[in-house]
Write a protein that binds this ligand. Structure first.
Ligand code: GDP
Ligand code: MG
Length: 312
């Protein structure tokens, strides 16, 4: 039986459900989720190992979750869009995911332009069908997209309810070429644990804050010491202004405590030991405008620097 393998990039507007889909397909929480747009800031690999089954080929699907396609207005936004382009480069398939409850807008035109330019085969995934009272509501949406682009497949799904995902996986596998196993059978992501820890903290900070604050938050793990029974972690939560720092700290430090407790529980599941977590809140005015700061948040870049390959 042939072995299919390749890279499939998940593309879409902010909040379409890209990260929810990645987590649902891989069966593990690899990407953080929130109802706030621009939760995902870098590309995230999720590796699906499809075993040989009766009548089906085996294979390895490497999914790439990406930040939402938007018009960037800061260094951070430009970096996020660069991540989208990186994910599209050299991938075998694009999964364009749309929220069926959202009206068409400029970003859809822009994404279709990207698809056309890339020439990569694409599927259209109509997500959040659990929110549709009547499935006939899909027909005009399908017509709207079909009319503008020749999608290889159009598949209605619900990433949250896990509807249509088996069919989606089979279609993706079939669309990938015959190829090698790119990653070992026990690997499900390329993200270092240290970065996933930073993201788990950022997720809790996102859920606990509102308006402009979630967008102004970045998390850097400064200390990470794994012991047999206890992992010691110290992390800095960066924000833009003193007023935001006060919000994140909360009255008498209550908010930070809440963020820390919730994050610690998630991190303990990840690392498999008890965790001692220390959090600090630091103000770094205008960090989203600083190319240097934004680059330094990128773990791929950090690894390059450690390996001595990138610029010092
Ligand atoms: P992303 O920005 O595209 O990565 O979107 P997320 O995966 O972070 O999801 C954004 C919001 O949409 C979250 O509140 C999700 O719970 C919600 N969401 C994602 N998929 C579905 C779905 O199939 N049905 C419903 N009802 N909500 C969904
Ligand atoms: Mg996301």
């Amino acid at each position: 039986m042939p072995f299919h393998s390749g890279f499939a990039a998940i593309l879409g507007r902010p909040n379409a459900g890209k990260s929810t889909l990645l987590n649902a397909l891989v069966g593990e929480k690899l990407a953080i989720i929130s109802p706030k747009p621009q939760t995902t800031r870098n590309r995230i690999l999720g590796i699906i190992h499809v075993p040989q089954q009766k009548g089906h080929d085996a294979g390895q699907i490497v999914l790439i979750d990406t930040p939402g396609v938007h018009r960037p207005e800061s260094s951070l936004g430009r970096k996020m869009m660069a991540e989208v382009h990186e994910a599209m480069e050299g991938c075998n398939l694009i999964l364009y995911i749309v929220d069926v409850k959202k009206k068409w807008d400029d970003s859809d035109d822009f994404i279709l332009k990207l698809l056309k330019k890339s020439g990569t085969p694409a599927f259209l995934l109509l997500n959040k069908i659990d929110l549709l009272a009547d499935k006939r509501g899909l027909l005009p949406i399908i017509a709207q997209f079909q009319h503008r682009y020749d999608f290889k497949e159009i598949i209605p799904i619900s990433a949250v309810k896990k509807t249509g995902l088996d069919e989606l996986l089979q279609c993706v596998l079939k669309a990938l070429p015959h190829g090698p196993r790119y990653f070992p059978a026990d690997q499900i992501t390329d993200q270092p644990l240290r970065f996933m820890v930073a993201e788990a903290i950022r997720e809790q900070a996102l859920w606990s804050t509102r308006e402009e604050v979630p967008h102004a938050i970045a998390v850097v793990v400064e200390q990470f010491e794994e012991g047999e029974r206890l992992t010691r972690i110290a992390a800095a939560i960066y924000c833009d202004r003193d007023s935001q720092r006060a919000i994140i700290l909360g009255k008498g430090g209550q908010m930070l405590k809440k963020i820390g407790t919730a994050a610690r529980l998630d991190i303990e599941k990840m690392v498999g030991t008890r965790v001692y977590l220390e959090l600090f809140v630091k103000v770094q005015p205008g960090w989203r405008e600083s190319r240097r700061f934004v680059e330094e948040l990128d773990w791929r870049r950090q690894l390059e620097q450690i390996a001595g390959k990138g610029p010092a």
